[in-house]
Write a new protein. Structure first.
Length: 364
């Protein structure tokens, strides 16, 4: 059942069209992440939901109530910002209780809510400190706690971890996941980091140039992208894309000319008519090195050793390179020529308009 419904939402800044007809339904209790490249409209969408930006068209409904024109303070939403936005002259306890005091909540209720939230976020020992005496992670927990005490219908997070170092980001991601599981409240989270999106979200909304490119679970977006944009955006390292200049029927399959070498593709995975050319998408982990045969061969330019895994950059032709996943303790050397076997069950084809024309079966 829909809880937050966005219908044909538009946002113009003079001649710039920032949001181009956003349609989205979020159910109660979901953790939804907006992700996309810089300038795609993800923060604008979040701020418009929050009421910090006015919409140019369309409407927003929360729990059956139209809030499109409702003031931000009356929307029953709570927002956590990238910059923490704490009051520097107030203690942690005062920052946590400020919104409650403005709402004329009783002292006894304020005390109990601050106690409960500070305990859940491990802020008990910090209540008398001021923001300047806190670390970045502690400040972010205070900002999150300040939102929690209000008990809103929806939490909004605008890149809340981007100011933290890598180790602390991992820790805070875990804390946010635990918090969502404990509270069960609807959460909408904006990030440019696909790892955050994939690890936190029930569903991910990928935005591109002010429009929704695709909505799905992290695994759906990874295995069944509907466009080249989504396929390249999700996954690290990025999906390899190789042009196929000739595609013909081969018995019950397709024969695809890939840089002069023929690979066989299952025709039952084709969505739409037989194309004459396509872009072949292969993720690094869906190729393996073989001693003989293989589907492609290439010369190693660089091997990245990452400890638990390694990635080899291969030159297939003068203008085509790919990345493959290799064993962690690989003995591959720069300049070595290797043979590559492709897992054809994981290959995706894209047409000249960068849309998917092949499908990975859901049950695989």
């Amino acid at each position: 059942m829909s809880y937050l419904t966005i219908t044909d939402l538009q946002k113009h800044y003079d001649s710039y069209h920032a949001l181009r007809g956003i349609n989205l339904t979020i159910t109660e209790g979901e953790f939804v992440v907006f992700v996309g490249p810089s300038g795609c409209g993800k923060s604008t969408l979040l701020r418009t939901i929050a009421g910090l930006e006015s919409s140019t068209g369309g409407n927003i409904e929360l729990d059956g109530r139209d809030i499109t024109e409702v003031a931000s303070s009356k929307r029953d939403l709570a927002m956590v910002f990238q910059s923490y936005a704490l009051y520097p002259h107030m203690t942690v306890a005062d920052n946590l209780s400020f919104a409650l005091r403005l709402a004329k909540v009783s002292d006894a209720e304020i005390k109990e809510k601050v106690r409960s939230v500070s305990a859940s976020l491990q802020l008990d020992a910090l209540l008398e400190r001021k923001p300047k005496e806190l670390s970045g992670g502690q400040r972010q927990r205070v900002a999150i706690g300040r939102a929690i005490v209000r008990q809103p219908k929806v939490f909004l997070f605008d890149e809340p971890l981007s100011n933290l170092d890598a180790a602390l980001r991992v820790q805070m991601r875990l804390e946010l996941a635990r918090l969502h599981k404990k509270l069960g409240t609807t959460m909408i989270y904006v990030t440019h980091d696909q790892v955050e999106a994939m690890t936190l979200a029930d569903r991910v909304v990928i935005l591109n140039a002010g429009q929704i490119e695709q909505v799905g679970t992290p695994l759906e977006l990874y295995r069944q992208p509907n466009s080249r944009f989504v396929a390249e955006f999700i996954g690290t390292p990025k999906m390899n894309l190789i042009p196929a200049n000739k595609i013909v029927r081969h018995e019950d399959n397709l024969a695809i000319d890939l840089l002069g070498q023929q690979i066989i593709f299952p025709v039952n995975r084709l969505k739409g008519p037989l194309p004459k050319s396509a872009i072949v998408g292969i993720r690094p982990e869906h190729m393996t090195l073989v001693q003989e045969g293989g589907d492609l061969s290439g010369r190693i330019e660089l091997v990245e050793h990452l400890g638990s895994e390694a990635y080899a950059h291969l030159q297939l032709s003068s203008d085509q390179t790919i990345i493959i996943k290799a064993p962690a303790r690989t003995a591959l050397k720069d300049g070595q020529v290797v043979n590559i076997k492709i897992d054809m069950s994981e290959v995706i084809l894209f047409n000249e308009n960068d849309r998917v024309i092949s499908v990975i079966p859901e049950e695989v």
